[in-house]
Design a protein around this ligand. Structure first.
Ligand code: ATP
Ligand code: MG
Length: 653
């Protein structure tokens, strides 16, 4: 029971080239083997690469479901991300290469970052922020966002970053949930040529945020937005960042933080329901972030690393800010949309800065696929050497497209499975070691123990089941802010009497080589004629057809089968929808993975409903397919997509 059927067989395999292997940080199985036998020793070794003020006494204290890591140790995250790089050869190295959507550019060295973080930390102090206070950050993708996060870390304030695309209501709820004292925002930002009025949204939210005492406002200088009149400033409460900066001391002594002190709270993206305030701490989180960034991306000093995630998501915390900066890397940061002013913007950026490591999400890859290869081919991408994917399962055909068109069959792809809750990457290839397979996140990161279980906690050696983490890891969440019971109930109560087993909520399969394939969320699993089928495999069978760029499938109740499959499909450039294409796609699925999975309905659509972080929201598609009123749509990127789909679906019935 609770096993998941396995339908898709994918046998293509891509070993790293001898040339890549020769230069990689990790090129054989020893790291996995050693860490597998002694995970604590592995993590302690990685933690020791950080700068500690006081060494820890115990590596890990585990009283399920509570873990503490590096207890007794003290450190400061901003010191690890900035200060320790300014005394050696990295002092003048580019830390952040930033590009605004309108085309403005700026490079910040580690020394620049050091100065700015100190000033920002003193600004927060001036506004009365002290250790343990919560600070909300509601910003566009500008360097001050990263500076604000590091400034909080420097003085021991807990930041909670709220994605700049969220509405005033979402901002208000998050600020109130954790009782923020200060909000850092900007007058505006740019998105697809429009200005996003962040300060106005913030003012709207703040009408109902009694705990906020001060607002610090960055001016995003550019005609129109960079005008102090764009934001209305409330006397006494609101302060311009550039003005306050001139009034504070230049150096701020970093706070000595306990390894288990809270570093930040981040609300999950809300694909499944009410956002949860995930709590991450200092020493363990930074250890996980730094180690995974180094090994998963094979990051070196000469690399130009670009993670396209927004700082409002966990990926923007761990792999745009903390992980790469702790490693002293050069990072690219881009403010705007991938299709502005045209659909080659990302490749233009890769070419301009000579990006070597590129990390993005399947939703973006499928959009590039939909737009077509000519946008990519206009640019020289010869510097690229590692490609990454995160956020959703990547369909094998999207993986192949990434491999061929972007990576020119030369760059290893790391498909990284993890969550807001896990803090850092959990299941992933290592690019110099793993022979990757399209669609598989492959094996657990060294020091991580992940497996597949059935509902009785029996291990499934080969086949489909529930993903479980059986051992604590340093960057794991410690609780849900203000709702500790929900922490226990959501993550550690899946298997009766086993509070030691972490349940991520995803289904997966394990193949004969022991590789893991994420099949999608357990809540989305289809139940067709007694077979439990993950969404990923049916969607991948659809994307396998040359006409299809993206697909989402859901189950709808059916008298005989229990559930029938309804599919929502987006076509690639150059293909048009038709009745015969619909029949062809149904047969294609039947042929590829079996008649059982043949969709009953297929609806063509220009777009699919997605969260603001780009994940397909299947629960809303289920509401459509079953003719119900739509559930909560507040975390959708574009609510009009789902409304129009509902109309189309009803018209077709
Ligand atoms: P919420 O928990 O609020 O519903 P969310 O799960 O979308 O939101 P995140 O923590 O951003 O929030 O996403 C983690 C989830 O994303 C994973 O549980 C998994 O379902 C999916 N995911 C992330 N990376 C991968 C990957 N490489 N392959 C497959 N699925 C992935
Ligand atoms: Mg989740």
């Amino acid at each position: 029971m609770n096993d998941i059927d396995v339908l898709l067989q994918e046998t293509r395999s891509f070993p790293p080239s001898a040339e890549f292997k020769a230069k990689a940080h990790v090129h054989d199985s020893r790291l996995h083997d050693d860490a597998g036998m002694a995970p604590h020793a592995f993590w302690a070794r990685e933690a020791a690469t950080l700068d500690w003020m006081k060494p820890w006494e115990t590596v890990c204290e585990w009283t399920p479901p509570r873990a503490k890591w590096f207890t007794g140790g003290t450190l400061n995250v901003s010191v690890n991300c900035v200060d320790r790089h300014i005394h050696g050869p990295r002092r003048n190295k580019a830390a952040l290469i930033w590009e605004g959507e309108p085309g403005d550019r700026r490079t910040w060295t580690y020394w620049d970052l050091y100065r700015e973080v100190n000033l920002a930390a003193n600004m927060l102090k001036r506004l009365g922020v002290t250790k343990g206070d919560r600070v909300a950050i509601y910003m566009p993708m500008i360097v001050e966002s990263v500076i604000a996060m590091l400034a909080c870390a420097r003085i021991g304030a807990i930041h909670t970053v709220v994605f700049g695309g969220f509405s005033p209501d979402s901002l208000r709820d998050r600020i109130n949930d954790c009782g923020c004292k200060v909000l850092i925002t900007a007058d505006g930002g740019y998105r697809r040529g429009q200005t996003v009025p962040l300060k106005r949204n913030a003012d709207e939210a703040l009408k109902e945020c009694p705990t906020i005492e001060h607002v610090l406002v960055v001016m995003r200088r550019r005609s129109g937005v960079g005008d102090e009149t764009f934001a209305e400033m409330q006397e006494g409460r609101d302060h311009w960042w550039h003005r306050l900066k001139r009034q504070v001391p230049k150096y701020c002594e970093p706070e000595e933080m306990d390894a288990e002190d809270v570093l930040f709270i981040l609300y999950t993206s809300g694909t499944t329901g009410k956002p949860k305030g995930i709590v991450h701490t200092t020493g363990g989180y930074l250890t996980g972030a730094a180690a995974t960034t180094k090994y998963v991306f094979d990051l070196k000093d000469e690399d130009v690393y670009w993670c396209t995630a927004d700082i409002g998501w966990i990926t923007g915390h761990t792999y745009l800010t903390y992980g790469p900066l702790a490693n002293g890397a050069t990072c690219v940061m881009y403010e705007g949309a991938p299709d502005w002013p045209d659909k080659d913007r990302f490749w233009q950026i890769c070419e301009r800065y000579g990006v070597t490591v590129f990390y993005t999400a399947p939703t973006a890859i499928r959009a590039f696929m939909k737009w077509g290869a000519p946008f990519v081919e206009k640019h020289d991408l010869s510097q690229l050497r590692v490609l990454g994917s995160v956020g959703e399962p990547i369909n094998p055909e999207a993986w192949m497209w990434y491999h061929k068109v972007i990576g020119k069959e030369r760059c290893p792809i790391v498909d990284t499975w993890w969550q807001t809750e896990t803090g850092s990457i959990m299941i992933t290839p290592l690019p110099g070691v793993t022979s990757t397979k399209p669609g598989s996140a492959t094996t657990p990161f060294p020091g991580i123990k992940a497996t597949l279980l059935d509902s009785q906690a029996n291990e499934i050696a080969v086949g489909g089941g529930l993903l479980a983490i059986t051992h604590p890891w340093p960057s794991m969440l410690r609780t849900i802010w203000g709702d500790d019971q929900r922490y226990v109930d959501t993550y550690f109560s899946k298997w009766e009497g086993r509070p030691d087993l972490y349940f991520p909520g995803d289904g997966a399969k394990r193949d004969d080589d022991g590789f893991l394939w994420i099949l999608g969320r357990v809540d989305d699993v289809l139940n067709v004629a007694g077979h439990r089928i993950g969404t990923m495999e049916v969607e991948s069978a659809l994307v396998d057809h040359p006409a299809v760029a993206e697909a989402a499938v859901v189950g709808k109740s059916h008298d005989l089968k229990g559930q029938a499959i309804a599919a929502f499909v987006t076509l690639r450039a150059g293909f048009t929808q038709s009745g015969s294409l619909r029949d062809e796609l149904r047969e294609h699925v039947a042929l590829k993975i079996g008649a059982l999975a043949r969709p009953d309905d297929i609806l063509f659509s220009a777009d699919l409903p997605k969260t603001r972080s780009g994940k397909i929201m299947r629960r809303l598609l289920r509401d459509i397919a079953e003719g119900r009123a739509l559930g909560d749509t507040t975390t959708l990127a574009d609510p009009s997509v789902v409304a129009s789909l509902k109309d189309q679906y009803e018209a077709q019935e």
